[in-house]
Design a protein around this ligand. Sequence first.
Ligand code: PSU
Ligand code: MN
Length: 312
Amino acid sequence: MNEEFLKISQIINEALKNKKPIVALESTIITHGLPYPVNLEVAKACQNIAIENGAIPATIGIIDGVAKIGLDDDEIDFLAKNSNRCFKASTKDLGFCYANKLNAGTTVAATLFLARKSKIDCFATGGIGGVHRNAEKTFDISADIHALSSYGGVVVCAGCKSILDIAKTIEILETYEIPVYGYKTEEFPAFYSRKSSFKLQLKANDVEEIAKAYVFNEKLGLTSSILVVNPINEDDEIPYEQVSKIIDKAILELEEKGIIGKEVTPFLLERLSNLSSGKTLNANKSLIYNNVAVASKIANEINKIKLIKLDN
Ligand code: PSU
Ligand code: MN
């Protein structure tokens, strides 16, 4: 790919050449998901956790209009400190960012697209976008769903926040042919909480199982990603009843203010953090770290399988 359109850092280029396990990381969480300086702390910690778990981190974002796979420390620092001047880029916005030389965080949808374009198998995030509450009226369904059905790879998340309509999100994941694997759980996790009371159809007890299923699906030519839902650690979870009250309040405010479109998710994330006096931040950090660790292990397993297949 021409450097003018997609930049791949030297570290990632070498990792790809030497067939090392790589984990992609998104950057909307840096620009629109977490406040400074927590965003910077989390972005850096995620990279270290990937390395500790034997994978090479590739944080993906847009600098001066061009998407970069493997942002360096200065670039991450820049996005974290200037988040209020950064764009939130979904896949549909990539050309716009290029034409206007924007700096941007990439959503799950855009990050997944860019990671797959660069032949990266695994991607870790906090929570995916999905079907918003009242979607029957607003039609607000995240492009993340479409991306997950289109670009392949393995995406590890902690489910979705109940700012979304979890039941409808699960239904649409099924409609879009996206396999959802509970990692050591039979229940769809609700981000801050381990449980949502919604049962999953697929469960994986170890990372090998996920890697096997992924390589198989890919060989078969299925286009959808495998979505791994990994519950937050017990010690860090916030019970569903506690968060659901502040979520209801934040959603009421959203409706009163008439906020729609791409502003919805950032608004709700910020309100939740304020309404809980930052209590949700700890949980948020913990679950992302957990997801990066699992994604790194899956990346290693996928590599093992692919290398064995190449040897034979
Ligand atoms: N959910 C979270 N934290 C986030 C996001 C979602 O718990 O930071 C971000 C992700 O980058 C996701 C995006 O891809 O919000 C979804 O935005 P939208 O609903 O506008 O598609
Ligand atoms: Mn939306």
